[in-house]
Design a protein around this ligand. Structure first.
Ligand SMILES: O=P(O)(O)OC[C@H]1O[C@](O)(CO)[C@@H](O)[C@@H]1O
Length: 547
């Protein structure tokens, strides 16, 4: 497969870029009253306005040529049908099977995975019901009041952020707490407020080998045993989700208390599996199912909509346009919704762990940029903090504004004010403010020419800053499922165009190995310090911390 920069459509885009790079969106809007209609699309409940991008109809056509030449459609179909597209780990990539609502089989090595998926969902449903109705009790016979969910990365961010995003749907009487970091401060603070007798511990680790998760689980087990629980009671309180059943049982998990997952589900794509149990416990199984239904809606759109109207594909190619032609290095997510405040961190892992790559699966090093830095925060808070740089800084930062049309809580005109800020920001970023406008304003105020010359450049907004506006009716579980799957597929489209494997994460391994080596040296002063002078000095400093 040719590298992305060797594709014919890439060359065509490069010449086109030279033609249009200085076009201002202000002029594009002025020239074409239909610009919004031409550059907006709908996918199930999601509405995308991508008219405030630095594109013309020709740009869009060329970008979609690129997607076609990179075989986005064929590879998409391959992913949904179980092709082993995670080549470095020789695995299929089937998070979409977890939300498959059709009767179609999904085959991996000739074996339909759907019966296992459905059986696990049924086991989850029964488990959630038993916890909620009190059939499943703690060791003293009391109903569970709290769940401690332990996991990290993909086994944490999805459950935590989606539970937070859907807070208005929370079931009464059961509080779900999350711990990820190996920093003892976190587990310390959480355990301090939990009642041993009525706390259910749910450990999530696909590999069952992640240092942080194992340590936090062991610490919780000690806390349980030191505060009234006995070894015999552990089976009543400790559950886990893992694809490594052997390691889980060796660790002491009761086999009945293990919820399976599979090697064809990547960690950052796993919230639809039993990894989503904390969501189902916090919000009820029906709401968890609605989340899955939403993802299925988006899967169907991604599979069937022509690329011209395909929301994940459009978002994907727009990202490529800015990263590889305009040189953008980051992409900001701006949810105008307090409950979605954690969403940028979720997409950060999804995108950066997937597309932060520098070689192709066939061993070629890339000579072009891939995944951007994903960051962001809730609006309007960011407007009073980092938006300054997006408006007037020297770097181009494409933005996604995410806004539910209806609030969870209609309180006087709060929501209209929120929406006005969201839409107003996209407008300001697009149109900017010219030096002539600034000068005219100052002249009206009676400033001298010399004063105006000095101040005007500081008040100019160049504008022409691209943004997508992503709307949904309301932040329901189903709408959230659609939104998450939209970003999953956007990341997929970009990975295909860049010719990389979006489903492995070898870049996290070296740090783990060296971290283990350092831990041994921190805990045993007799081990020789044979590393670089900086790392040696840091270890020495820690070894001597009580001296
Ligand atoms: O679920 P596990 O196996 O504990 O892994 C946790 C996370 O660690 C990572 O492998 C990165 O270190 C993620 O991809 C994964 O979601």
């Amino acid at each position: 497969m040719a590298l992305f920069t060797q594709l014919k459509s890439y060359q065509a885009l490069q010449s086109h870029f030279e033609e249009v790079k200085n076009e201002h969106m202000r002029d594009l809007f002025a020239k074409d009253a239909d610009r919004f209609t031409k550059f907006s699309a709908k996918a199930c409940g999601i509405e995308l306005d991508y008219s405030k991008n630095r594109i013309t109809e020709k740009t869009k056509a060329l970008l979609l040529d690129l997607a076609r030449e990179a075989k986005v459609e064929e590879k998409r179909d391959g992913m949904f049908t179980g092709a082993r597209i995670n080549t470095s780990e020789d695995r299929a990539v089937l998070h979409t099977a977890l939300r498959n609502k059709s009767d179609n089989e999904v085959l991996v090595d000739g074996q339909d995975v759907m019966p296992e998926v459905r059986a696990t969902l049924a086991k989850m449903k029964a488990f959630v019901a038993e916890v909620h109705d009190g059939t499943r009790k703690g060791y003293t016979g009391k109903q569970f009041t709290d769940v401690l969910a332990i996991g990290i990365g993909g086994s944490f961010l999805g459950p935590k952020i989606m539970t937070e995003a859907l807070k208005p749907y929370k079931v009464e009487g059961l509080n779900v707490h999350f711990v990820a970091n190996v920093d003892g401060a976190h587990i310390h603070d959480v355990l301090a407020k939990l009642p041993v007798e009525t706390t259910l511990v749910l450990m999530s680790s696909k590999s069952f080998g992640t240092q942080e998760t194992l340590k936090n689980t062991l610490t919780t087990k000690e806390w349980f045993l030191n505060n009234g629980g006995t070894f015999e009671d552990i089976a009543k309180h400790f559950m886990c989700v893992s694809s490594n059943i052997k390691a889980a049982t060796e660790f002491g998990m009761d086999e009945d208390n293990i919820f399976p997952m599979w090697d064809w589900v990547g960690g950052r794509y796993s919230l639809w599996s039993a990894i989503g149990l904390p969501i189902a416990l916090a919000l009820g199984f029906d709401n968890f199912e609605a989340l899955i239904d939403g993802a299925y809606d988006m899967d169907q759109h991604f599979l069937s909509a022509p690329l011209e109207e395909n929301v994940p594909a459009l978002l994907g190619v727009l990202g490529v346009w800015y990263i590889n032609f305009f040189g953008a290095q980051s992409h900001v997510l701006l949810p105008y919704d307090h409950y979605l405040r954690g969403f940028p961190a979720y997409v950060q892992q999804l995108d950066m762990e997937s597309n932060g790559k520098s070689a192709t699966p066939t061993g070629d090093y890339l000579d072009y940029a891939t995944g951007p830095v994903i960051w962001g925060g809730e609006g309007t808070n960011g407007q009073h903090a980092f938006h300054q740089l997006i408006h007037q800084g020297q770097v181009l930062i494409p933005a996604d504004f995410i806004m539910p049309i209806h609030s969870q809580h209609e309180m006087s005109n709060h929501h209209a004010m929120l929406a006005s800020n969201c839409f107003g920001q996209t407008q300001a970023l697009m149109q900017g403010k010219t030096v002539e406008q600034v000068k005219a304003e100052f002249a009206d105020k009676g400033l001298t020419d010399a004063e105006i010359e000095k101040v005007a450049p500081q008040k100019v907004f160049e504008g022409n800053k691209p943004s997508n506006t992503i709307l949904m009716e309301k932040l329901t579980p189903r709408a959230l499922g659609q939104l998450i799957a939209m970003y999953e597929h956007k990341v997929f489209v970009q990975g295909v165009i860049w010719g990389i494997n979006s489903f492995d994460q070898w870049g996290v391994e070296l740090g783990k190995v060296l971290g283990n080596d350092v831990l041994a040296k921190l805990e045993d002063s007799s081990i020789e310090l044979d590393g670089d002078s900086s790392t040696n000095a840091l270890i020495e400093r820690f070894r001597n911390r009580n001296a």
